[in-house]
Design a binder for this molecule. Structure first.
Ligand SMILES: [Ca+2]
Length: 283
């Protein structure tokens, strides 16, 4: 999995059942130290409007302590799941992402926050800490986009759909993440009607020389453009991929070729900026 490719916030393993959601007593461990010390970093990676070259938002990406075995988000969240503290870690990362929005992005720029869809039903209720943090930090609800991974999302689940409705009612936006490799596919896309669809890197990689990938994405871009959904191609890593994606109508992009994740607001790389400028000037 290439750097910058954020796993399903951030694990694809196991189930979050009632026991783990309430968190067991933590063992003395590296994970406990991370939780007690708040020892995670939040990096931001821009989501770029390919028509203008402007960042419309930034995805918050979590990293564990530098040099530790839990540096990579997949390992960090896997360990949290094993130790029964997934919920606590996820909550801490969500808080840190909102703080990063306040500190580094300011008004008018969206923060994309990964959230495990299985936690949705217990979130955003009257006593939800996330709602309290949003108020405390004085953030605009419409500038917070919750990324829900399609890897575990069950589109037709009525409990989930009610939770999403509550989320929308509060003014937040929804992105369907990792689209193209999940279980539910188009049914989820249609049931959820997300504000954004984030196309998984599996489909984006090699789009420049694969007619199957190219036409699949082209069709999806048409669907999104007709329905007002923002299509984000993730994991753009080459100039050729960027050019093709622009030409087949993909509106937004994210990936190392555009800008790697970093602290603050990482700028668009000059090579990517030049390509977008050249395409804009062409008839
Ligand atoms: Ca994501």
């Amino acid at each position: 999995m290439p750097e910058g490719r954020e796993p399903a916030n951030n694990t694809t393993h196991g189930n979050i059942d009632a026991e783990s959601a309430t968190d067991k007593e933590l063992p003395a461990s590296e994970m406990q130290q991370i939780l007690l010390g708040g020892n995670v970093d939040v990096l931001l990676q821009p989501i770029v409007d390919l028509r203008t070259g402007e960042a419309v938002g930034y995805e918050a990406l979590t990293r564990g302590p530098g040099g530790s075995r839990l540096f990579k988000p997949a390992d960090l969240f896997e360990a949290a799941l094993e130790e029964g503290c997934f919920h606590t870690l996820e909550s801490m990362c969500r808080r840190r992402a909102l703080e990063a929005k306040k500190k580094s992005l300011g008004p008018g720029v969206q923060i994309f926050v990964n959230m495990d869809p299985r936690l949705m039903p217990c979130l955003l209720g009257p006593a939800c800490p996330t709602c309290g943090w949003i108020r405390e930090l004085d953030l605009s609800p419409g500038e917070i986009v919750f990324e829900l991974t399609e890897r575990v999302f069950v589109g037709g689940d009525p409990i989930m759909l009610r939770a999403l409705e509550r989320c929308r009612h509060q003014g937040h936006r929804i992105a369907l993440d990792d689209v193209g490799i999940g279980y539910s596919g188009m049914a989820t896309m249609v049931a959820l009607r997300p504000d954004y669809i984030k196309l998984d890197g599996y489909l984006v990689r090699g789009v420049s020389n694969d007619v199957y990938r190219r036409n699949l994405i082209k069709g999806l871009a048409s669907y999104c453009n007709e329905t007002g959904i923002g299509l984000v191609a993730e994991c753009i890593e080459t100039a050729e991929e960027l050019e093709i994606l622009c030409r087949i109508g993909v509106t937004y992009g994210q990936g190392y070729f555009l800008a790697p994740p970093g602290p603050g607001r990482p700028p668009l790389r000059p090579e990517a900026s030049e390509i977008l400028r050249r395409i804009r000037q062409q008839p």
